[in-house]
Each structure stands twice: as C-alpha cells, then as structure tokens.
Design a protein around this ligand. Structure first.
Ligand code: NAI
Ligand SMILES: O=C1O[C@H](COP(=O)(O)O)[C@@H](O)[C@H](O)[C@H]1O
Length: 257
C-alpha cells in the first residue's frame, strides 16, 4: 500500500536514489536544509532537522519517516556529527512520537562497525573466498566519530522503540554508487549498494511490518562481508545487483545484470 512518507535529507545522494526509483510509489513530503535544485515529487520543506517545531510540522499527516539527513563524511568533526547526526536524529525521533508516527527508517552506516575490519582480516575480508560475515547482531565498533554518531542513532532508535513503541529500521548502508561499483576499491565493491537496490530496500522498509531492526544495506555482492539474511527475512529485501557482474571498471560482464 502506498504510504505518506517524510524523507529528510531528500536533496542528497541517497534521497536521489530513493526518489529515482520510488517517486510514483508513495506520497512524498521532502525535507532538507538545502532547497531543491531539480524537479521533485510532492511538497518540499526547507528546514534544519535540529528545529523541533519545523520537523513536527513537517510530520503532520505522515505515516513513515525516512531519516537520511546528516553529515555523511567519514572524516566529519565531532561538532558537526554531534549537531547534525546525534542531536538532529534525536529531534526526529522525539517529533515522530509527538506526531503519532508509526515507523522511522534510519540511515545508519558501515562506519558504525568499520573497526571489525582489523589488519589481520583485511584485505582477505573483501574477497570472495573469505567467509567472515557480520550479521547486524554484533556490537557497534565504529571506525571514526561519524561512525560513533551512527551507532548513537541506532541506540536512539532502540530507545524510542522500547519506550515509545515506534517501529524502527536502521540500515547500515554500504557504498552507494550510481551506475557501477566503485573502481579500484575492493572494500567499496564488497559493500556496493546499487541505486535500484537502494530504492527497493527503502521501499521494503516503508511497507514491511517490524519492531526494531538493524540490517545491512548492500547489493548481493560475491565479495560481501555483511549478511543480507536479516534484511531478506524481516523486510523482504531481494537485491538484484552484484559488483561481481562488473569487470572492475564500469563494464557489465553478466548479460542479465
Ligand atoms: N552515500 C552513502 O554511500 C552512504 C550514506 N549513508 C548515510 O545516508 C544519509 C544520506 O547520505 P548521502 O545522501 O550520501 O549524503 P548527502 O550529503 O548527499 O545528503 C545529505 C543531505 O542531508 C542534508 N542535511 C545535512 N544536515 C542537515 C540538517 N541538519 N538539517 C537538514 N538537512 C540536512 C544535506 O543538505 C544533504 O542534502 C546520511 O545520513 C549518511 O550518513 C550511510 C552510509 C553510506
Ligand atoms: O557512511 C558512508 O559510507 C560510504 C562508504 O564509506 P567509504 O569510507 O568506503 O567511502 C561513504 O562513501 C559515504 O560518504 C558515507 O556516508
């Protein structure tokens, strides 16, 4: 069933992938502190996610919040992730409770668990023969302060689920790259998320019934070290892309990819 969705961070890359695939599938209200530069579906609210009043107003009549807004830089400094990623995400969850929203989907990151990639595991971890898999039940092990902020967002989601009954899905997104997997970057190929798999995954998060979930958001890459089992089971995610279908440059080597 089509839902009424508030998409924060709508002017960014993940927002672009989601709207590129799902513009006609839901009723969209878009929010970003940057005004739109292109055509977009639905209403566009220019606001900062740390502005509780503006965020609460933007949630009026909304069923599902997809929360992408934040500082996405792995090297982002503490003051920025504290404000945009931690305070901003808490503002979103609190406003969602006030507005009677049922479901919040949170854009977490591979960097929440980046320090499982220890020297003794890499680079084999990024290769097809290696069978080490993280499955979403492991403790956070952030690789930078940005990753700390994403682990904090997941914990905020856990709290707002347990105390306020929100349904929350945290998606540990890998490396979203348009058109083809990252070139000359094994880690990026292991955690590649194609645009169409990204749109499909967020569609499943919008439509499925769940309590609190942490899942990995990557395509079905042969090189993967993140399990997709929970995303398949809890959300019905069925990825179609695989970085192995490319030749390491930008050419498709599988005819049906
Ligand atoms: N692109 C990727 O491969 C990955 C992205 N993510 C997460 O997905 C989310 C979206 O990432 P991208 O689209 O790549 O980043 P982006 O920088 O392209 O988009 C983020 C958007 O959020 C907006 N924004 C930032 N702070 C805001 C604030 N305080 N109030 C209102 N709007 C604000 C920005 O204006 C921007 O349009 C981020 O939370 C990021 O951490 C996680 C893992 C991988
Ligand atoms: O969380 C994120 O992760 C991706 C992939 O990380 P990288 O260190 O391999 O580049 C990153 O591109 C994106 O900007 C970030 O938000």
């Amino acid at each position: 069933m089509a839902q009424s969705v508030l998409l924060t961070g709508a002017a960014g890359r993940v927002g672009d992938a989601i709207l590129g695939g799902l513009a006609d599938d839901h009723e969209w209200r878009l929010l970003d502190r940057d005004p739109p530069t292109d055509d977009h579906p639905g209403e566009f609210v220019v606001a900062d996610i740390t502005d509780g009043d503006a965020v609460r107003e933007a949630m009026d009549g909304i069923d599902v919040v997809v929360h992408l807004a934040g500082d996405p830089r792995p090297e982002a400094p503490w003051d920025s992730v504290l404000t945009n990623n931690i305070d901003g995400t808490q503002t979103i969850f609190e406003a969602a409770v006030d507005a009677g929203i049922e479901t919040v989907v949170f854009a977490s990151s591979n960097h929440a668990v980046g320090n499982y990639e220890t020297d003794d595991r890499t680079p084999d971890l990024y290769r097809e023969h290696d069978d080490y898999l993280l499955d979403g039940t492991e403790l956070p092990r952030p690789s930078n302060l940005y990753g700390v902020s994403k682990a904090a967002g997941e914990t905020l989601g856990r709290y707002y689920h347990d105390e306020h009954d929100l349904s929350v899905a945290c998606i540990r997104i890998g490396n979203l790259t348009e058109g083809h997997p990252p070139i000359d970057y094994e880690r990026g190929q292991a955690m590649w998320l194609s645009y169409r798999d990204c749109a499909h995954l967020f569609d499943r998060c919008i439509r499925a019934d769940y309590e609190y979930e942490i899942v990995y958001g990557i395509s079905d890459n042969d090189r993967k070290y993140y399990s997709l089992e929970r995303a398949r089971e809890a959300l019905g995610y069925e990825p179609r892309d695989n970085s192995a279908y490319y030749d390491g440059e930008d050419r498709v080597v599988e005819p049906d990819a």
